[in-house]
Write a protein that binds this ligand. Structure first.
Ligand code: CMX
Length: 134
């Protein structure tokens, strides 16, 4: 597997509307897209920060993993997404072969129509890890 760069950092917020002014007006980042990922029960807002994006994540249901994570008292950086050059499907086979526990056994469509898959934080030094490909 070859990782080319960090594609985005996922940041969990209770309200995208309430969080955006910090990122746009204080940090001066460009908010260029908002999208709901229905099967993940999240709303996302994307900001550009040079080559890397920030993805603000707001749960849209009590069952959303974002809502549950915030309710446990967590906040802030929720996951790191790495861009893999040779395909998420191939990367999953490789990392599973190295003993990493997968959340997604196969790639699925995430925000911005990217092929994505999550690795379980228990296998990734506590950093919820997303692999994605363009
Ligand atoms: N970072 C680190 N650890 C995390 C975590 C996170 N973001 N989220 C959960 N965990 C840990 C929990 O603390 C828990 O540990 P313990 O067993 O020690 O308590 C363990 O992982 C399991 O967590 P859980 O709350 O019991 O399980 P959930 O049902 O909430 O699922 C998870 C959490 C990580 C397994 C997974 O379902 C998840 O969050 N997936 C990512 C979903 C997501 O971010 N979707 C956005 C997609 C947007 C897009 O398309 O880009």
């Amino acid at each position: 597997m070859k990782i080319s760069h960090i594609e985005h950092l996922g940041i969990a917020v209770e309200s995208i509307e309430a969080a955006l002014p910090y990122f746009t007006e204080v940090l001066g980042l460009e908010h260029y897209a908002t999208e709901e990922v229905a099967d993940q029960k999240v709303k996302t807002a994307f900001l550009r920060c040079g080559e890397v994006k920030l993805e603000l994540l707001e749960g849209t249901s009590p069952e959303s993993s974002i809502t549950k994570w915030l309710e446990k008292g967590n906040k802030g950086v929720h996951h790191v997404a790495f861009c893999v050059e040779d395909g998420v499907k191939e990367a999953l086979v490789e990392v599973e072969g190295k003993g990493v526990r997968l959340i997604d056994a196969a790639p699925r469509l995430g925000a911005e129509q990217l092929n994505i898959a999550f690795l379980h934080p228990k296998s990734t030094c506590g950093v919820l890890t997303e692999l994605c490909e363009h």
